[in-house]
Design a protein around this ligand. Sequence first.
Ligand SMILES: *Cc1c(COP(=O)(O)O)cnc(C)c1O
Length: 357
Amino acid sequence: MARVYNFSAGPAMMPTAVMERAQAEMLDWHGTGMSIMEVSHRGKDYTAVAKKAEADLRQLMAIPDNYKVLFLQGGASLQFAMIPLNLANEGDTVDYFNTGVWSEKAIKEASRFCQVNVVASHSSAIPEMSEWKLSPDAQYVHYTPNETIGGLEFQQIPDVGDKVLVADMSSTILSRPIDVSRFGVIYAGAQKNIGPAGLTIVIIRDDLLGKARVGTPTMLNYQSAADNDSMYNTPATYPWYMAGLVFEWLLDKGGLSAMAIINERKAQKLYAAIDQSNGFYANPVKPSDRSWMNVPFTLKDAALDATFLAETAAAGLTSLKGHKIVGGMRASIYNAMPEAGVDALVAFMHDFAQRHG
Ligand SMILES: *Cc1c(COP(=O)(O)O)cnc(C)c1O
């Protein structure tokens, strides 16, 4: 059975080399006669796997020593609540950029715990700095660097002065190098660009620990995870191991600067195919703010959508149906999507437009 080019937004395609390694190690991990998923998280075998994964992630992202890396559960969606619980008190003001669906979900959840000030709202572009309304007393500023559904991405880290910057990097983490020292907290669900679903990574500057509001459940307090090497309770051991294999694979490929070159090129090829289609395909986002990871596009005639999806699937190009909120198509092209997959999609799109244009 050949593997298809799977353009799913998440859970998303995993690198084939990583899957093969996991398969080879599945029944007998390093001569133990057990799978790594069958061993205690507190034993020396698993502890070594966990520590290696963290060290490799630190190396990949050049994470400074004054940041903790936490391996949690609950997805990015639980972070929407953990951020305000850990960084602000009831009645405090917190600043949020609204650039799309995921920003809105984060805002809605934070509003249950704090006073949310919306700094700026998007249309089909990242809001200009001149439009931002930062509040002087905000405990932190939250933004979504890459909107997975709208396909809108900040190409620069917003300059919020000395405010604590918090970022939901679920769909852009590891796609390029970033300066971690600009952030107070970075969080990401694993299932887009890190590994399998079930793991959430939080990178937090250590002076922000220990500030959770009174009444915060132990499991939702970053301090509990930080004090216990993310093993206050049983962590998602197998996804953590798989993430570690992905980190090794990324280091092998030359790290994030090497990935950034490939990722930018993949995205440019796809946007070029859309922009040079004489209107057969369209993407609504301002070109300078287009996502490298999630490329939504519509067909001129929505009546062709079903044919497009059936023919792409038959050609081994799967999961291209757009999110129901925006319709049309979406190609998610995370690190694990080979450039050959993008080339195959681009070739298909040209051919389809010729036949139906
Ligand atoms: C997928 C996604 C989420 C939701 O992640 P879960 O892990 O399912 O909670 C949140 N934010 C962004 C930007 C996402 O892409």
